[in-house]
Design a protein around this ligand. Structure first.
Ligand code: NAP
Length: 507
């Protein structure tokens, strides 16, 4: 069995002690083991801060962009192997695995391009300068400069490649070194991805590190120049935010957590219209892609009372036709959940939903004897509580009828990553967007005329990803906006010519 190693302080190191076993979730066959015990985490962080940081800060944005281009090329060269690992260790169908690996490559390329556009500057000149007194000599200018710490990235199990790449792209482009910790259950892809990138020698020493196995006290070792970007459950996010060092040193923390994303079918939409069909297609994709283990997947479907029967009938038929099985089999449409822990969690989530509504599709409990399989589940809920408060991170969706004010129902989710609206009437859309915008990081406006629309579940590098409240209050990506988490804004106040000379090194 393969033993995964961590890449820290410029070396590949095997952990000691009791290792965790990584499985094939379709067969439960052990694939690899990982342990972080015995690894000197403080030394790993110092190596990144003291070796990787200065090397990156000496480069301009376009040179840092070239590092991202090199990382994307390395992943592209290893694409087939990485897809295979996603199928074996993630329970991904090949199409699910492409979503992760190709998403990682596309995100790195988007930020490589941004690096080229930002040019030779090493920091950002933030906005126009301002005259501060009666004389134009007294001047103010904001700059945003790379922090002198390390960016620690803790990722969730569902996107081992994309999760790594979307965070690393922003940090490296901003000029901060990265220590990435993938979720252990699916770490094979992240581990191999880091190996091919390290072998390609595209980044300066210390700019990239990987820790496999348990996080141990990693977040507790961070100080005031460090940042921590976390993706995972709200509970872990809360624990990290409450750490004494995080509070004492004001460690910058970004949390991407749970989300009960809603899709709303507008009241003016007719059954069988193009808009209606698009809505169904997006719902079906989100329930089944990656077995519903997507933070942006639709969890609640809001339909006008008069369309309830049609949507119910169509979704039951569509979900019933989904072939669940071995993700390595090309005929399979949906693979297993990623781990035994996930299976337990999803089964208990489905029980909660069934207790407050009616099961329309799916089956209680696990499918079969081996592997972490469940059937895609659909529940109809008129007056629920759990449906708005507890995310079921799997192929499960709830159908909620509304009469007049869907936004009031959506916001019971208390903040989400994305809400999707399917309607043509502009007055209705305007009202809905204004009511929902403060509660979401992104609003997807479905339209049948948009060719090749990826649907609400795809996070695009150009747009922000994150959301208020339950979603963690974080923000990632969004093009140039992604850099600000890794940069310190500073106001320079003084003589105009002096400040103009200082700002010359920026973009
Ligand atoms: P989790 O248990 O919170 O784990 C997430 C990551 O945190 C893993 O790398 C895990 O490492 C690590 N971790 C666990 N305990 C930790 C601690 N005390 N200190 C530091 N790190 C710790 O989450 P999960 O159940 O695997 O992931 C599913 C959840 O993630 C869902 O609730 C989903 O909504 C959320 N999610 C959100 C987004 C988003 O962008 N908003 C994206 C994907 C998933 P180990 O694996 O080694 O335990």
């Amino acid at each position: 069995m393969q033993v995964l190693r961590s890449f820290v302080s410029g070396r590949w190191i095997e952990g000691s002690g009791t290792a965790q076993t990584l499985l094939n979730p379709a067969t439960e066959e052990p694939l690899a083991s990982a342990s972080s015990e015995g690894i000197d985490l403080a030394a790993a962080l110092d190596h990144a801060r003291n070796t990787g940081g200065p090397a990156l800060r000496a480069l301009g944005f376009s040179e840092r962009g070239a590092i991202l281009q090199g990382m994307a090329d390395a992943l592209q060269d290893a694409r087939d192997e990485l897809l295979g690992l996603g199928v074996a260790n993630g329970g991904n169908t090949r199409s699910d695995a492409k979503f992760d690996i190709d998403g990682a490559i596309a995100t790195l390329l988007a930020y490589a391009e941004l690096g080229t556009a930002l040019g030779a500057g090493r920091f950002l000149v933030d906005g126009e300068g301002v005259q501060l007194g009666r004389s134009p000599r007294f001047h103010g200018q904001h700059l945003a400069v790379p922090r002198h710490g390390v960016a620690v990235h803790i990722n969730a199990f569902n996107f081992p490649a994309w999760g790594f790449a979307e965070k690393a792209a922003a940090a490296l482009l901003a000029g901060m070194p990265v220590l990435s910790k993938p979720a252990t259950a699916t770490a094979l892809v992240a581990s191999r991805a880091m190996q091919v990138i390290a072998d390609a020698k595209v980044a300066p020493e210390g700019a990239l590190a990987l820790l496999v196995g348990a996080p141990r006290d990693l977040p507790a070792l961070l100080g005031s120049q460090d940042v921590l970007a976390f993706t995972g459950s709200g509970e872990t996010g809360e624990r990290i935010r409450a750490l004494p060092n995080v509070i004492r040193h004001a460690v910058r923390v970004n949390v991407e957590a749970d989300s009960l994303n809603a899709a709303v079918l507008g009241p003016g939409v007719e059954a069988r219209s193009d808009m209606y069909e698009l809505f169904l297609k997006d719902v079906l994709r989100d329930v089944t892609q990656k077995a519903g283990q997507k933070c942006t997947a639709i969890r609640r479907i809001l339909v006008p009372q008069q369309l309830l029967a049609a949507v119910r009938e169509d979704l039951v038929e569509m979900l019933g036709a989904i072939k669940v099985g071995d993700p390595a089999d090309e005929a399979t449409r949906m693979g297993p959940l990623a781990s035994g822990a996930q299976l337990k969690d999803v089964v208990s989530g489905m029980e909660r939903l069934e207790a407050e509504g009616k099961r329309l599709a799916g089956a209680p409990g696990r499918l079969g004897e081996k592997g972490f399989f469940v059937a895609p589940g659909l529940f109809e809920i008129e007056n629920g509580k759990a449906v708005h408060e507890r995310e079921v991170f799997g192929p499960v969706v709830s159908l909620l009828p509304y009469t007049d004010n869907p936004a009031a129902i959506v916001v019971r989710g208390n903040g989400g990553l994305v809400c999707s609206l399917y309607a043509e009437e502009s007055a209705w859309l305007e009202q809905a967007v204004m009511a929902l915008a403060p509660w979401h990081g992104r609003i997807f406006l479905g339209h049948p005329k948009i060719e090749l629309s990826p649907g609400p579940g795809t996070v695009l590098p150009q747009l922000v990803h994150g959301g208020p409240g339950r979603a963690g209050g974080g923000e990632e990506l969004g093009g140039r906006r992604a850099l600000s988490f890794y940069l310190q804004r500073v106001a320079l106040e003084g003589s105009r010519p002096v400040i103009a000379a200082l700002a010359k090194g920026g973009t």
